[in-house]
Unconditional design. Structure first.
Length: 367
């Protein structure tokens, strides 16, 4: 028997709908279904089951379908018919949601009815409606895998200047004028320390951490040095600082990102602007980052990386959405939910079901 502790056998929404006896019956139904899908579902004749990363997200959608049927029938039942599935497809067709969501719900329903066919003799179900795939090949709201790597590299280039010792006197003079303007100080006061500051680790650490943790703008704004557990390569975001204010979160980081944050913390101590704040990052104007300043930063990074942002909604959430997209592909839905600190009623993880070490490995594969 496969251990189903990591699977959403009964979601909170379904549990709240059912009385005690219905709950026991539904749990038994779901356990039988999930066990069969994981053991036989893909190729029943060969006893080849579906992968965990396939079954888990679809099991949430199957659960949603059951609740749709209960509302349709004005009460609990597990006696699913083809008419129920057809009604569900018609309902999805009328909803203002993405084609991808509709297709995923349809795949989940077909998987459920495959079990019913083989184990309950219900007959094969073929939907009358087929949902087309999204036509966009360049998603507007998240970075592709290649773009993630390009943004990482651009963060190392952002605002950097040539080494002080490698410049001739005329070149050094030109860069002094630039740094005087950049740091709002007289040209005569510009020193080699300002070269080090210009080539510092603030922007790379901010960008790399966001690429790993999918930080929301408000989380960048609330960032606190107390979050950083760099020995274990994690962020520990307390409930009071969480954007959704629901749980304490342990968020995996790549070891390279943790090393970069360590460099930034050492550098950060040298700047008076941070003497009276625990914010991890401040803008040049000594303000916390907000939606506008982060959008500007990302667009500048895209320019450096040669990423075309025309006709794309290129906000800081593009980074966050890319983490969710590729974490789900590399690991599974539970890993993405834990890494992104989701609050969705049906998918929120009340505790981290995926070891943080697994998510750190996934970040390395994601690039």
């Amino acid at each position: 028997m496969i251990d189903l502790d990591d699977y959403p056998v009964v979601t909170e929404n379904s549990e709240s709908f059912l009385n005690h006896r219905q709950l026991l019956d539904y749990r038994s139904e779901r356990e039988e279904c999930l066990q069969w899908l994981l053991t036989y579902g893909k190729e029943p004749d060969k006893a080849e089951g579906y992968a965990k990363g396939t079954v888990k997200p679809r099991s949430y959608r199957m659960d949603r379908f059951y609740r749709f049927v209960w509302k349709l029938e004005s009460g609990y039942t597990v006696n699913l018919t083809h008419d129920h599935a057809d009604e569900w497809m018609d309902h999805l067709a009328r909803r203002d949601v993405s084609a991808t969501h509709k297709r995923n719900c349809q795949k989940s329903t077909k998987m459920l009815y495959k079990w019913l066919q083989h184990e309950r003799g219900r007959g094969e179900w073929e939907p009358d409606i087929t949902f087309a795939a999204d036509s966009s090949t360049q998603p507007r709201d998240y970075l592709t895998r290649e773009e993630r790597g390009a943004i990482r590299d651009a963060a190392l280039e952002y605002g950097s200047i040539p080494s002080y010792n490698n410049l001739s006197p005329p070149e050094r003079d030109r860069w002094k004028r630039y740094l005087a303007q950049r740091f709002e100080k007289p040209k005569s006061d510009v020193s080699p320390d300002d070269w080090e500051r210009a080539n510092g680790w603030k922007i790379p650490s901010l960008v790399w951490t966001s690429l790993d943790a999918g930080l929301r703008p408000v989380e960048v704004k609330r960032s606190d040095v107390s979050w950083l557990d760099l020995d274990n390569s994690v962020l520990r975001i307390p409930k009071d600082d969480s954007a959704k204010n629901r749980d304490n979160w342990v968020v995996g980081l790549r070891d390279r990102t943790a090393a970069m944050l360590s460099r930034w913390l050492r550098e950060r101590r040298a700047y008076p602007a941070y003497d009276d704040t625990d914010a991890i990052w401040l803008t040049r104007q000594r303000n916390v980052y907000d939606v506008s300043s982060l959008r500007y930063l990302l667009r500048r990074l895209c320019e450096i990386a040669g990423i075309n942002t025309e006709h794309r909604q290129m906000s800081w959430y593009a980074i966050r959405h890319s983490v969710g997209t590729y974490m789900t592909r590399e690991e599974d839905l539970a890993a993405a939910q834990a890494q992104l600190r989701h609050k969705s009623p049906e998918t929120t993880m009340k505790y981290d079901q995926t070891p943080v070490e697994d998510r750190q490995d996934a970040l390395d594969r994601m690039g």
